[in-house]
Ligand binder design. Structure first.
Ligand code: B1M
Length: 212
């Protein structure tokens, strides 16, 4: 088995120590953080999601894999961050109320910080008012929402409605993302954009804040 396949399998096995060791080995072998993330960690987590859906594994297994994912992510994080760039604008991010999935949201956070943005990360299970209140109080031009459950997607439309109610639509841009979310859903709820992945989220923020 090659290194990345081995790493993906270790994540699926929920073996956090092996994930950390193999991530270090992959980096030492000259692989890029993005290559490791896409071709081992995220792909391994996708297999876990499919097996969970098929009732082949159970929630504790998913939790172990999530912990293993973080063991790898922690080692990659410094490689996505740059120390010395001045802030290029503020972005409020979080996972919506009722939703505890934070791996994708944390990736978005890391990539935005790496691109030089000041990220105010509200964590997970965040009520709609908190997103809007924080953006206003902090003078943030963008709110980024993550949702992984079909049952929590409607909270995104509550945030859009709240922005409208307070006359902030367009002044504070709303970006949404997460596995069940789509471009069509973004349009339907009046969000300004849909980010397919963390890289796309950065591109959108760049565009809204008019950076190349
Ligand atoms: Co749960 N879970 N989970 N889970 N979980 C899913 C989402 C599910 C699809 C699994 C399945 O059935 N196949 C399913 C949802 C079904 C549905 O709603 N249609 C599900 C379920 C049902 C549940 C519970 C209800 C299970 C239960 O209790 N019976 C429960 C809900 C808890 C809650 O939130 N209230 C639950 C719990 C959990 C754990 C806690 C065990 C764990 C989360 C741990 C954590 O996050 N700290 C977990 C996990 C790990 C998953 C899967 C397996 C993996 C999610 C993940 O981290 N992927 C997931 C299956 C799947 O998605 N394939 C599943 C890796 C991550 C990098 O991808 O988050 O998609 P993702 O982020 C991507 C993009 O979506 C995008 O960028 C990232 C990549 O660059 N993106 C954005 C995300 N946010 C963005 C925001 C943006 C832009 C892009 O702009 C702002």
């Amino acid at each position: 088995m090659d290194l990345l396949a081995n790493l993906s399998q270790s994540l699926q096995d929920g073996d956090d120590e092996k994930v950390a060791a193999l991530t270090k080995e992959a980096l030492a072998a000259g692989m890029s953080a993005k290559q490791i993330l896409d071709n081992a960690l995220i792909s391994g987590m996708t297999v876990i999601g499919n097996r969970f859906k098929a009732h082949e594994i159970f929630l504790p297994d998913v939790l172990l894999s999530a912990r293993a994912m973080y063991a790898g992510l922690e080692l990659l994080k410094p490689l996505f961050l740059k120390d010395d760039i001045p802030s290029r604008g503020k972005v409020v991010v979080g996972t919506v109320q009722g939703d505890l999935h934070d791996i994708g949201k944390n990736l978005v956070s890391i990539m935005l910080k790496g691109a030089g943005y000041e990220v105010i990360d509200l964590g997970n299970d965040v009520p709609p008012e908190r997103f809007v209140d924080t953006a206003v109080a902090q003078g943030a031009a963008i709110i980024g929402l993550s949702a992984l459950l079909t049952t929590t997607m409607p909270v995104m439309s509550q945030v859009a409605a709240l922005l409208k109610e307070r006359g902030l639509t367009g002044r504070i841009k709303l970006i949404i993302g997460g596995a069940p979310v789509s471009d069509a859903y973004a349009r339907e709820i009046g969000a300004d954009a849909y980010g397919f992945d963390a890289v796309k989220a950065v591109e959108i923020v760049d565009r809204f804040l008019m950076r190349q």
